[in-house]
Design a binder for this molecule. Structure first.
Ligand code: FE2
Length: 402
């Protein structure tokens, strides 16, 4: 049985106006303090004011949201009893909002009760609708049913996945007014997250024609518009197209999944607190090389060769191996255009983490990889030694030769 789940998507300039069509008066806004400070929450509340809707703002979401944050949001939500929950922000806000929504709909549940095998969670939406409004163009979390929440265990903040298709927001409002203010660095990091979703999504074992179609279009848009959005953040067309691309990439990986790029990226990010998009964006090149090098990778070579041909990166009569390798070259080319490093060691500049510390940490990084469910659908599974070698090569920026 295959599936394609999606929120109702409203996109383009003035998409926010769609609130006039969403029934319900009481809105519980989940966001973070930075977005309040930057004035983005005001854009939303001005709209709600103009429609006569009432709201309270929960702005305590932190990066890499923790279980305590979800518990706090749920308590306030239960107190206010909203008809609409609004998530305004990036991935951390979305993850907090989706889990809060589930625990509001089903107050008897705890976080660990949220898993894929509960049929009751398909009944989400009886108490409130969830409206997801992304302010960055990358995570795709406004479209997906997966959340990542951290819990402190064995002296480390571990990231846990809580997922169920019922967690997909009711509406995703993809209005380019919100990502317009993203600084260049964040634009590049989040853009590479969207690229990782699409390129990993094309290779995952759950790939299907629906996810493939969206991944392909997202890749085309990212290559065209990310350099423009990076250099000229006020370019409305580039912001709009990148915002849509990130949502398409979200639908691609939401319905096809990602694989070991996200496994390695999650582990690196958990240990060294590198932003998600930067971690997964860096390792994307190396895991793609690793997959293309595999003896069993014939199908994936064909997929990436087709991608290079469909996007006009090589001639249609180019041999598949050479065409697939072009994808790596194009990732490197895009990284250069947006000053995005492709070495993990660059992410540790200015920290106390030396190469010796990183090498000692490899066992911890490996443990974290094995605790991360996203590796399950990889078309080529690394051995423990290969996981460590990919980290070592990506650290140095060395091409994968195994
Ligand atoms: Fe991601």
């Amino acid at each position: 049985m295959w599936f394609f789940f999606s929120p109702n998507i409203i996109h383009g300039p003035d998409a926010l106006d769609f609130f006039e069509n969403i029934s319900g008066e009481k809105c519980f806004i989940i966001t973070d303090k930075n977005l309040v400070k930057l004035g983005y929450v005001k854009i939303l509340t001005d709209k709600l004011d103009s429609l006569g809707k009432k709201y309270v703002i929960f702005d305590d979401v932190l990066p890499d949201p923790r279980e305590e944050g979800v518990t706090k949001a749920r308590e306030e939500c239960l107190k206010f009893e909203p008809e609409i929950i609004i998530a305004l922000g990036g991935g951390s806000v979305m993850d907090t909002a989706k889990t809060t929504w589930a625990l509001y709909e089903f107050p008897e549940l705890t976080l660990d009760d949220i898993h894929a095998f509960r049929s009751d969670l398909y009944e989400m939406g009886k108490r409130a609708k969830l409206v997801a409004i992304p302010t960055t163009s990358g995570t795709g979390a406004e479209t997906t049913y997966v959340t990542v929440i951290s819990r402190y265990e064995q002296e480390i903040w571990k990231k846990f996945l809580y997922l169920h298709r019922g967690l997909i927001p009711t509406f995703a409002i993809i209005d380019p007014i919100f990502p317009q203010g993203m600084p260049p660095r964040l634009t590049a990091d989040t853009g590479f997250d969207a690229l990782a979703h699409s390129i990993e999504g094309l290779g995952t074992l759950w790939r299907n024609e629906w996810s493939n179609a969206l991944a392909l279009k997202a890749i085309e848009l990212i290559f065209k518009y990310l350099p423009i959005a990076y250099k000229d953040g006020q370019n409305k067309e580039a912001r709009d197209q990148m915002h849509q691309a990130a949502t398409m990439a979200g639908l691609a990986f939401g319905n096809g999944n990602v694989h070991i790029g996200h496994t390695l990226g999650h582990s690196w990010g958990a240990l060294y607190h590198t932003p998600h998009g930067r971690s997964v964006g860096i390792v994307l090149k190396y895991v793609t090389q690793f997959i293309l090098n595999g003896p069993e990778s014939g199908d994936v070579i064909k997929i990436y060769a087709k991608l290079a041909k469909q996007l006009g990166w090589v001639d249609w009569n180019e041999n598949d191996n050479a065409a697939a390798k072009k994808v790596i070259e194009k990732i490197e080319e895009l990284a250069k255009q947006v000053d995005f490093t492709l070495n993990l060691k660059d992410t540790l500049k200015g920290t106390s983490i030396t190469k010796e510390i990183f090498e000692k940490d490899l066992d911890t990084l490996l443990d974290l990889c094995y605790q991360d469910a996203s590796s399950v659908l990889t078309p080529r599974g690394p051995s423990p030694d290969e996981f460590k070698k990919i980290f070592l090569y990506a650290y140095e920026g060395r091409d994968i030769d195994f």
